[in-house]
Ligand binder design. Sequence first.
Ligand code: ZN
Length: 661
Amino acid sequence: MKDFLDELEDELSGDSRTRISQEKVQVSPEWNTQKPEKVAQNNIQKRSHNTSLPQKQYKNTPQNRRVTQQGNNDEKTYHKYGRKIIEFPETKFFLPTLREGYTRYIPIGGNNEIGAKNMGMVQYGDDILLIDCGVQFAEPEMLWADYSIPDVSFLTKYTKNIKWFIITHAHLDHIGALKNILPVLDMPVLYGTKLTLWLVKKAITEVWLLPYAKFVEIDAGVENTTKIGQFQVEFFSVNHSIPDCAWLYIETPGGAKFVHTGDFKIDHTPRLDKPADFERYEEIGNRGITMLLSDSTGSTTKGFSMSEKEVGDTLEKIVSEWTKGRLLIAAFSSWISRVQQLIDIAEKYDKYIFLSGRSMVENIQVAQKLWYLSMKPWTIKKLTAKNTESIPPHKQIIITTWSQWEEFSALQRMAEGKHNAITIQAGDTVVFSSSVVPGNERSVAGVINKLLRYGVKIITKADAPVHTSGNAYQEEQKIFVRLFRPKYFMPIYGDLYFRTRHAETAVQSWVKESNVLLLDNGNIIDFAPNGSVFRSKIKVPIQEYVIDGNGMGLTTSHVIKAREQMMNAGVLVIQLTVDKKSRAILAPLRLETRWLVYVDEVRYLHKVIIKKTREIYENTVKAVPDMEEKDLLRILRTDLEQFILKRIEREPMIIPIVTMV
Ligand SMILES: [Zn+2]
């Protein structure tokens, strides 16, 4: 096994090798052995002074923050935990007072999007417990920013009250924003299952936060009750599309009893996890659940989702009937049970597995390290041109990443003939053992078309059951509602359409229609000790923050708007050199345009724009000879905008420059 891991490490880039070795050094066994109460207690002691919720006059000046001023502008760079961290702007918003004995829930992210940015908070007294912290991959309106993260600006003044983060599972829409948000909230202790925490560690190691993080590992497969602050929390194993997922039972001293499903499906024959333990589920249901918060991702599909076993059976049938060329399986890199099924099949039919794509290699590496996978030492071979040439093609199963958000996922590179170890050949078979993320249909079709040109055989889930959903369909959702029989029901993880469908399913199976809580991100609900619910008229202001390189900004910011303008109509820069005193133009005007018009139009249009700019400038200076430069520039820009719009019906970004000499 060791050889295989070493080989995989070699395949990673130098950069990621450094990160992995860092991980090995930093991960001391102590985080594994610490008792939950002890770690939590230590953490509380560290932050124990005055943890009551800040009131309105509170000033946000944390002691350990060093603020440096950059150059002459007002931008501030904040250093914390040895590195620059993003900084949410201070907000004037304060959480409304929570009455004694009441329990509060606020969805922070994930309720206005689908499969993205999941995050919520539970508050009792002065304690705030956070659940999950995911990203949203770039949407077209983010204009190639990297990803967007939950808006926690309102929480930054409550860092003393936020000591704990519960993570339900390791998908990026549940953990991806931790690397940005953990330091902003002063590194709350992370609670989760073994695989989840390892993948969290991997993510935060990338930004060098591991030495500052604290973890409490929970085995969701055995009975457990963890006291987290004033909250009583139990973790339960649940089936999904990555191993070691948990759903949560959270009870507060005020009598609120929440069940939070995380992402879930019901699979009676999963490959790596255990089937759902309905007896334990029902026992929780018998406690009298105040509110069920349930995953809405699959809520628009009728029936039951297929078992992972059926996918395995189909893949086995494909392998048993396959006689020539190589077999490429395109799969999501976190679907570790799918990889295990392919390992089982390869060993049964005397084939070899190659892994392609960094995230696939890294995830399998972690799963291997933690003994989630079982395999013979020789089944997985290192993906090199030498190895693929020395093994007959029909003995090679190549499992490749297929992240449709990444332009350069391994399969995409292969389809474009840019992969360093795999050249697609006529006679190969490509199986799409994955679903199409809504909105990505065209890019998927584009990759399939490129592959078909090589003469390969394509198999998708439209041809055979080579993929199943990791999220419950309507009938599975009904089973959860029936098992927990909650008084109130809150569909989570989905936009209004998905949540509304889920609400209908819940009402059909148990919940009173008036007890459905359809909450947008930022809505606040408080549960009284007698179980009644109060929906606050006050809403947390939640905005759309994007991460772009090292920086962060709002999607409504002028930067994103300017990018949109440049993308839509190009850029025009015009420079005038004028006499400081007389304001007379001293030299020919210089005009540069980018992506403004097609080549044929350029020369003529340039002449016209230069003439018009000269005219606008001279008329303006004649009317007001001592006009301030910024006003002059504004007039030049707006008049040129109107002129160009009329002339070519386009609205490029216009940048006038007046150099006075
Ligand atoms: Zn998930």
